[in-house]
Ligand binder design. Structure first.
Ligand code: ATR
Length: 275
């Protein structure tokens, strides 16, 4: 019997760790699958997806710059994808409908809660950034019922837009928007969801947001300490984490969605960290 076929689609795609992660999951669980990387032309994402499923493909991960397009071309969306406005996981449902899911937020929350032992319930959280990456994770964060979630962004109107979008699912959480310069007191958890470090920048937040117990989480990952985490360490933070665990956990959630099998993420995170 042929192996079931999965792939990650993006542009560029050669640096993606997804094929490695899913191959490790498949080996560990004994699932018979093959997982490749597909570079889609910028203007031809939809045809790439259609062609993949016509060839019998079972599921796709989607990465930069196609997550919003994946969301748009789907026949139906899971609730968490609907809120995220973007999709990183596509598959055909039992009726053959192209379904868009989003496992990024679940990946972040699982990494914090399970891998690092940091529950979000009742916590005061500062989220830096208000782009697609942040929108993708807000639903699952709010579902954990933090006490406060402040979204700070360079363009304040975008942070305000996210507050408007997510108000309905915020429950008891105090959800607020502001500029980077505004927060002036220590938070329990600070999450960097900006892409500032790609330009060698830092979001210009006050050092006062970091207290001795503040957990700092950079959604970016890197073999060295990330620029943002280095800044946080320099301000006295002790517990800083990057997004490698999130990357592996979002992959594990996609694997569960497709295969109904839960891989053990710990050895995979350890292996990638040491590569
Ligand atoms: P992504 O998909 O990575 O979220 P995005 O939607 O372009 O990409 O969002 C990038 C985020 O990083 C935004 O919050 C952006 O701020 P603006 O909304 O003001 O553009 C933030 N960002 C990017 N470069 C930045 C920089 N140099 N300093 C501070 N924030 C930056």
């Amino acid at each position: 019997m042929n192996n079931d076929l999965y792939a990650v689609v993006g542009n560029p795609i050669s640096h993606s760790k997804s094929p490695r992660i899913h191959s490790l999951f498949a080996r560990q669980t004994g699932e018979q699958l093959e997982y490749t990387a597909i570079q889609a032309p910028e203007n031809d994402f939809s045809a790439t997806v259609t062609g993949f499923f016509e060839r019998g493909g079972k599921g796709l991960n989607v990465t930069v710059p196609f997550k919003e397009q994946a969301w748009k071309i789907a026949d139906r969306r899971t609730e968490r994808a609907e809120l995220a406005g973007a999709s990183n996981t596509l598959y055909k449902d039992s009726k053959g409908l192209l379904t868009a899911d989003n496992t990024d937020g679940k990946g972040l929350v699982t990494d914090l809660k399970v891998n690092h032992g940091i529950p979000l319930a009742g916590k005061r959280i500062l989220m830096l950034g208000a782009g697609g990456a942040v929108r993708g994770v807000l639903g699952p964060i709010l579902a954990e019922e933090p006490a406060v979630l402040v979204i700070a962004n360079r363009t304040v109107a975008k942070a305000e837009g996210l507050v408007t979008l997510f108000e309905a699912v915020a429950g008891q959480t105090h959800l607020n928007a502001c500029g980077f310069e505004q927060p002036a007191e220590a938070f329990d958890i600070i999450i960097n969801g900006t892409s500032a470090s790609l330009q060698g920048d830092l979001p210009p937040v006050s050092a006062n947001v970091i207290g001795a117990d503040t957990v700092v989480y950079d959604m970016m990952y890197s073999l060295q300490t990330t620029t943002f985490n280095q800044w946080a360490l320099d301000q006295g933070a002790i517990r800083v984490f990057d997004g490698l665990g999130m990357l592996v956990e979002q992959a594990a959630e996609s694997f569960r969605v497709w295969r109904s099998v839960s891989p053990d993420t710990r050895p995979v995170i350890d292996e990638l960290r040491n590569e």
